[in-house]
Design a binder for this molecule. Sequence first.
Ligand SMILES: C[S@@+](CC[C@H](N)C(=O)[O-])C[C@H]1O[C@@H](n2cnc3c(N)ncnc32)[C@H](O)[C@@H]1O
Length: 467
Amino acid sequence: MSFFPKILLKPDVEAYLRNVYNNVELVSTLGAVEAGRRFDCLQHHLAHPPSFTTVRVNTLVSSVDRVKELLHEEILKQFPGINITILRHSRIHDFLLIPVIGPRRKLTQHPVQAIVGAQCANAVLRGAHVYSAGIVSASKWMQSENEVSVYSDVEGKCKRGAKEFLGTKVFIGNGIADLSRKEIFCSSIPIKGKGIRMTEPVYLTPSFDGVLPGSIFLQNLPSAVASYVLNPQPGERILDMCAAPGGKTTHIATLMNDQGEVIALDKIASKVEKIKSNASLLKLSCIKALQFDSTKASAQVEDARDEGDGPPFMAESFDRILLDAPCSGMGQRPNMVCNLSLKELTSYQPLQRKLFTVAVELLKPGGVLLYSTCTITLSENEEQVAWALKTFPCLELQSQDPHVGGVGMPGAGLSPDQLQLLQRFDPSLVELRDIDSDTMALKDEDVICLANKDTIGFFIARFIKKR
Ligand SMILES: C[S@@+](CC[C@H](N)C(=O)[O-])C[C@H]1O[C@@H](n2cnc3c(N)ncnc32)[C@H](O)[C@@H]1O
């Protein structure tokens, strides 16, 4: 049983990513040893959660300081006696940072064990309890109210209902069973709801499920940076081409003071419902969420509808466009095991280019196009920027404000000046360290600096369409 693993990747995927992080341009800048060290760091960090839980405050209904006070009270309720300081981000004004304490290496493990699926384990590492559907196996004597040690079945090899599991498992914390083994596996009706209440997770993260609904939105820091960099203004017409579940859509609408029009498209109907419910929960009325394939969102002149309707839309009809593209998602954390094949990992570039081409058509001259992904490959990030600049002479790469992440990664033939304009959040740049009370004794600016770096992997490029 390993306690502190690196992300488990398919061998050809690992080799592909190793090559990305050891590409000729990068190695000539950093040296082979440093490039190798960073790749090791990356693999480690991807398996672990970011060092902060980040919360966006809905500033249209609550003040950031009031929410900070209320969340502080909530954390004291959840973790009595543990002092966790909440910090306001100095540049992302509606953002609160809550340190994630861990990994806590000294927890005692109990004889009663439960094995959960890797997805469920990822959620537990970010503060969730264990839902009964996520439990794959449990000790044969597990009764409700037992103290249970919970493990992730990282390789997905445990048989549902097994009484014992001798394969690879990773300890993720202790909890109290809400149900017995019999209730979980022998019930004639599907069991829903909590199965184990986590009392001692390896990573101590408050659960904000159902806390201050409508006033807060859990969001990764780079996602909030993307909305700020887009810089939407009240009264503008904005297109969010790949919008579900609406994290950035709702942030954009909030930054516009709910004035103007944010058109949020997503290809999948059920996901569009999620955008609508998030918009309604956050009391935002300027969002219009529609199911549509954004690769078809640019109208030929003859099939364009009247302005205001759509899609498809008239060319050059949006002030700003967000293309938060479908991607391989390799920046997501924590991710102890990644089942993505190399074929899938490398399959996104053509779709991203199709969407990008539509975005350029729909953008007004002088308008801003923001391209982002939550992945770390060159092919979906810097290579796409190099392609865009070559394919669309009307586009100019612009600097970003705020720029709190790193710069672009060498390897796609971009100049050093161009790389400076890109914003890459790359966990490979973060030193390996545990977060404990020493971290909380750091100066605020050092904590914010850590929070800016120790995030999910993410990429942002901002373009302007020349007049
Ligand atoms: C990275 S997620 C978007 C996250 C979202 N922007 C947010 O901040 O909450 C990408 C989304 O693109 C959607 N998508 C994929 N292909 C699409 C297409 N051709 N047209 C519209 N949406 C698409 C997926 O359904 C998925 O919800």
